[in-house]
Ligand binder design. Structure first.
Ligand SMILES: Cc1cc2nc3c(=O)[nH]c(=O)nc-3n(C[C@H](O)[C@H](O)[C@H](O)COP(=O)(O)OP(=O)(O)OC[C@H]3O[C@@H](n4cnc5c(N)ncnc54)[C@H](O)[C@@H]3O)c2cc1C
Length: 355
């Protein structure tokens, strides 16, 4: 039996390794990190992400995931709150990604750490390197990436603020960007945000200046961070994320691209991990059935194109002054719209794979 190679051991690569190993395939994951790492992410696990983890035999709540049932949209001094149409979970990527890789190994996959794959070779059957493009396998973008810069860090909030945040994800709108604040395991809060690079440059370009600026413009965030201790020496950052990218395979393509290598959904909806896990399940199923990558990519497009387009519209509204005002007023008048948005920006339940 040929050994299947997977480049990248994030949620997509590790989940594919679990699925293949469980089906009896000989599989190796090549992951460049040597051990647990923090990753830039809001750490929000949606209901469909939880579905796919449960399908693999992993319980994210048992890993310390914090239940999230409410969403609060914050603009200046105003807040609207609504129930999510599902129970989300806040779980750090350091814990989740490591658990998935351990699970893959327990199911019989070979997991090789500290292995950086330099280029796409014919032996690689599944490409799951996330935001990182391999030489000779770069993603072909139809437009330039949005000029957004992402930051992520953890805080230990003051006890009364942590209590006030419990059970909710807070989306804080500010000029030229938005931030998400939510609890994760270990009594910590994840602050993850996107800001237009011009605004960042105008206020001096540093994380410290940005944080001061956000605290000054948002009484809500100011209150949340009063007495908070930052837990990372410096925040994680990212830029030039190709939001909206959806891969179209060449007729000769022999590799299954998974997760962010196949499609990059705008982060506002917080569904990238679910899409990564869905893509892994779908690719494994197609591979085992003898279908070519083209068949898989077509199916994936059918499942994710609509939610990604709608997530793009919401992200666009969420980061501009007029769009923010419209979004906020609409949600103020009709808080139930949050449920509609949360449902419309993620993979529809009938498309989830079982078994
Ligand atoms: C600002 C921001 C916030 C987000 N918030 C959320 C959220 O709250 N909820 C959500 O569901 N999604 C969120 N996402 C999206 C989510 O992070 C991604 O969609 C998801 O991580 C994709 O998983 P993946 O396995 O495809 O890629 P990744 O998670 O990027 O994993 C890729 C793996 O490949 C490894 N790798 C890379 N290059 C190589 C190489 N050359 N050789 C070997 N290994 C390699 C990396 O070390 C990594 O472990 C967010 C994204 C951004 C940018």
């Amino acid at each position: 039996m040929t050994r299947l190679l997977i480049a990248g051991g994030g949620p997509a690569g590790a989940a594919a390794a679990c699925g293949l190993a469980r089906a009896g395939a000989r599989v190796t994951v090549l992951e460049r990190s040597v051990g647990p790492t923090d990753k830039i992410c809001g750490d929000f696990l949606s209901v469909e992400a939880q579905h796919y983890l449960a399908r693999l035999g992993l319980d994210p709540a048992a890993l310390g995931g914090q239940a999230i049932g409410q969403v609060r949209l914050v603009r200046g001094a105003h807040v609207v709150q609504a129930a999510l149409p599902f129970r989300g979970l806040g779980l750090s990527r350091r814990v989740l990604d490591e658990a998935l890789l351990h699970h893959a190994a327990a199911l019989g996959a070979e997991v090789r750490r500290g292995e950086t794959v330099p280029r796409l070779s014919p032996e690689i059957r599944f490409l799951a390197t996330g935001k990182h493009d391999l030489h000779a396998a770069g993603r072909v973008l139809s437009s330039a990436p949005e000029p957004l810069v992402g930051f992520k860090t953890y805080f230990r909030l003051a006890p009364e603020q942590m209590e006030a945040l419990a059970g909710a994800v807070e989306v804080i709108l500010f000029a030229d960007g938005y931030a998400g604040l939510q609890p994760v395991e270990g009594g910590r809060a994840n602050l993850c945000l996107l800001v237009h690079r011009d605004r960042l440059a105008r206020i001096g370009g540093s994380w410290a200046a940005l944080l001061d600026d956000l605290r000054a413009s948002s009484p809500h965030l100011h209150a949340r961070l009063a007495g908070a201790a930052p837990l990372l020496a410096r925040p994680l950052t990212i830029a030039r994320v190709p939001y909206g990218f959806l891969h179209t395979p060449a007729p000769s393509e022999t590799v299954f691209r998974l997760g962010d290598q196949a499609c990059v959904t705008p982060s506002f909806s917080g569904d990238g991990m679910a899409i990564a896990l869905h893509s892994a399940a779908l690719a494994v199923r197609c591979h085992l059935a003898g279908h070519p990558p083209q068949h898989y990519h077509q199916h994936l497009r059918r499942d994710v194109a609509g939610p990604m387009r709608r997530a793009g519209t919401i992200q666009l509204l969420g980061r501009g002054t007029i769009g923010q005002a419209l979004l906020f007023q609409a949600l103020r008048l009709w808080p139930g719209l949050i449920r509609r948005i949360a449902t419309a920006t993620r993979i529809a339940a009938p498309a989830w794979l079982d078994g």
